[in-house]
Design a protein around this ligand. Structure first.
Ligand SMILES: [Ca+2]
Ligand SMILES: [Ca+2]
Length: 182
C-alpha cells in the first residue's frame, strides 16, 4: 500500500520537488485542461484549474500546521494511511475528491464515463501511461462490464486506490497496472 501511495504522490507532485502544494494543483489543472483540448486562458481551463485548487484548499490545506503551505512525501503517505484506517472519513474525503475528478472526466455531462473519456482523463493526468494499460485499467474499474464507468464505479476506483490495503482491489488499477505488479 505504501508503494502505491508513494507512486501516486510522485504523479501528483507535478513540479517534482518532493512536496505537494497549490502550485502542483494549478499545474495538474492546466495539464488536464490541455489534455481535454481547452486553450490556455480559456474559461474551461479556468474552471478545471479552480476544481484542482479547490481539492488542495478543501482537502489538504486544512490538515497542514499553521504557516505551512505544502506537504512532503513522508507526511502525505502517513496521513493517507491514517485515513485508510477510518473508512467513513475515507469515503467522505476521497468521495469528494472523486466527484471533482468525475465532473472533469465526464466531458459530455452524461453522468458516466465512457472508455474514450476515461482515456483522455487518464492520459492528461498520468502522461506516462501506455494505451494498453489504460484499456486494462478501464476493464478492471468497469466492475459490471457495462462498457462505461458509472459514477459509483468511478468514485469507488478513487476511494480504493487511495485507501484500500487489499492488493486485489480493482481500484488499484486507477493509475494503470499496480506498481507492485510491474
Ligand atoms: Ca460521459
Ligand atoms: Ca460499468
Amino acid at each position: 500500500m505504501t508503494a502505491k501511495i508513494e507512486y501516486g504522490f510522485d504523479h501528483l507532485d507535478t513540479t517534482g520537488d518532493g512536496r505537494l502544494g497549490e502550485h502542483d494543483h494549478i499545474q495538474m489543472g492546466k495539464r488536464a485542461a490541455t489534455g481535454l483540448g481547452h486553450a490556455p486562458g480559456s474559461p474551461e481551463e479556468g474552471r478545471i484549474v479552480a476544481a484542482y485548487t479547490a481539492i488542495w484548499n478543501d482537502l489538504h490545506r486544512p490538515h497542514l500546521p499553521a504557516g505551512q503551505e505544502d506537504i512532503d512525501k513522508a507526511t502525505f503517505v502517513a496521513s493517507s494511511k491514517t485515513l485508510a484506517q477510518d473508512p467513513d472519513a475515507a469515503d467522505a474525503v476521497l468521495g469528494a475528491l472523486a466527484r471533482t475528478y468525475l465532473s472533469i472526466a465526464d466531458v459530455d455531462g452524461s453522468g458516466d464515463v465512457s472508455a474514450e473519456e476515461f482515456a483522455v482523463f487518464l492520459r492528461s493526468h498520468f502522461p506516462g501511461l501506455n494505451p494498453n494499460d489504460i484499456d486494462k485499467a478501464f476493464t478492471y474499474l468497469d466492475r459490471d462490464g457495462s462498457g462505461r464507468l458509472s459514477a459509483e464505479e468511478f468514485v469507488a476506483a478513487v476511494v480504493e486506490y487511495w485507501s484500500s490495503a487489499d492488493i486485489n482491489a480493482p481500484g488499484n488499477w486507477w493509475m494503470g497496472q499496480p506498481i507492485y505488479e510491474r
